[in-house]
Design a protein around this ligand. Structure first.
Ligand SMILES: NC(=O)c1ccc[n+]([C@@H]2O[C@H](COP(=O)([O-])OP(=O)(O)OC[C@H]3O[C@@H](n4cnc5c(N)ncnc54)[C@H](O)[C@@H]3O)[C@@H](O)[C@H]2O)c1
Length: 240
């Protein structure tokens, strides 16, 4: 059965999000890209429309996804890439406010996006929601307690909501990448980058195109019997 292919990508101006916009466009989707109002978009972005969103503000998320669905004339796919690493620092030097800010953005934002997406996808009885979690959420990265906790939270949330709506036609899944070559990784010290790279059996960082390829599969109508699942993208690092 052929389906309309209309997608929203959150955090679409940079890194994985920018590549996912291009990958979904290549796969035949009309794509609206959402990002912070102050985001700098690549000139080459293939997003048909760009709208502002702040995932820490549930009203902003609701409004932006609603506007995107109006622009597109409907919605089948929502991919959430919004996230921050936060400071890589010892826990004894991390304030409660810093911890909370990262949890609010990475986990609270993922919930707000899922919540708004379900409002649009459930009535049609079809949809694909994908979050970018992290291997940090499975293994825990030292000096990244808040980030690791936020991504573990995304994994738990996806498992819960995937089961909750398993019979609805809407799948809810996550990807758990190890380090992928993006501005987020480029911002780390060379010493930290070397540590991250050494953990990956393939001996290299992943590419945004590899992530976009997996997203194109998960968001396809063919990926119909997998929900509440965390896809690996770790060059052999993940044991489960
Ligand atoms: N790069 C990696 O190695 C890696 C590994 C595992 C998981 N991840 C996760 O993948 C996702 C994408 O990361 P990336 O590496 O492409 O980083 P990136 O910094 O290139 O992109 C993150 C995007 O999120 C947007 N964003 C930040 N705060 C936002 C907010 N409040 N509201 C809306 N958008 C906001 C940014 O503007 C940016 O476009 C993140 O969730 C990140 O935690 C990255």
């Amino acid at each position: 059965m052929s389906r309309a292919q209309r997608a929203v990508v959150v955090g679409a101006s940079s890194g994985m999000g920018a590549a996912i916009v291009d990958g979904l466009t290549e796969a035949g989707f009309a794509v609206v890209g959402l990002d912070l109002a102050q985001a700098t978009w690549p000139e080459s972005s293939r997003a048909a429309h760009r709208l502002a969103i702040d995932v820490t503000d549930a009203d902003s998320v609701h409004k932006a996804i609603g506007e995107a669905a109006s622009v597109l004339g409907g919605l089948e796919v929502v991919v959430n890439c919004a996230g921050i690493l936060g400071p890589v620092a010892p826990t004894t030097e991390t304030t409660q406010a810093t911890f909370q800010r990262i949890i609010d953005l990475n986990l609270g934002g993922a919930f707000a996006v899922t919540r708004a997406a379900l409002d649009h996808l459930l009535p049609a009885g079809y949809g694909r929601i994908v979050h970018i979690a992290s291997i940090a959420g499975k293994e825990g990265n030292p000096q990244m307690a808040a980030y690791s906790a936020s991504k573990a939270g995304v994994i738990g949330m996806v498992k819960a909501i995937g089961k909750e709506y398993a019979a609805s036609g809407v799948t809810v899944n996550a990807i758990a990448p190890a380090s992928i070559e993006t501005p987020l990784i480029a911002a780390m010290t060379e010493e930290r980058r070397a540590i991250q790279r050494s953990l990956i059996p393939m001996g290299r960082f992943g590419t945004v195109d590899e992530v976009a390829g997996l997203v194109a599969y998960i968001t396809s109508p063919e990926a119909s019997f997998t929900t509440g699942f965390v896809y690996d993208m770790s060059g052999g690092r993940a044991d489960y």
